[in-house]
Design a protein around this ligand. Sequence first.
Ligand code: ADE
Length: 262
Amino acid sequence: MSYPAQESIIKTLGILAALAEEVSALLDEMGPTAHTQRIGMRDYHQGVLYGQPCVIALTRVGKVAAAATTATLLHEFNVERVVFTGVAGGIAENVQVGDVVIGSALAQHDLDARPFFPRFEVPLLHTSRFATSDALSALLLRCAAEFLAGQPAAPAAHLGLIATGDQFLNSAQALARLRADMPEALCVEMEGAAVAQVCHEFGVPCAVMRTVSDRADDDSHIDFPLFLRDVASVYSAGILRRFLATLPELTQAEEAFNTPPA
Ligand code: ADE
């Protein structure tokens, strides 16, 4: 068995979100020590949060925007882990507004290169789903459950498939179609599968966390902005603070795993 070099134990974490509300509290906490670099019309903020070196960036909305930002984050900033945070429309029956979904895997519900490839399969990558890191997702799920237990009405934390596409779902009809197409999907959003694919291609572990802002139905465009402003930013910062403070446990576990027996 070979063991990797031990010199770089603390790994840099990339934190991505589509919209400013979703990470503004963490950006404020990074404070004046943050160093900002602008590349490809996006700002990458490097700094330290809870003792962890981090780079925070806004992807903007949609798969192309998310893929471009993730590729730059991984290529230019030596990021070794990525967490995406944001909101989503709930599509499974038991996923309610205010709940949090952690993605075990991400799939593009609008990808269709038939007849050359099966529906949803990413051409030439032989898969329609990109798994997230088990370790990062388990830690996020634990932090989400602990945070939500202290909130009014104690919303639930779920782990499962997240569907991504370049559409804001805004009708009962579109919701029914997506449920029929991807029955296991818990929620729908517009960036996660792009982030997960780029992380897969760079060999970097990632996790995706979504607070459910609406039910992807006829009212979703009304629920979404209110929720984003009043709840999502608070949940996102609350859960990520816990996650950052607990991340050293994961690092110690990895370190123990990689240390040769005496
Ligand atoms: N993000 C939040 N709500 C959404 C919806 N209804 N459709 C797509 N992405 C979303």
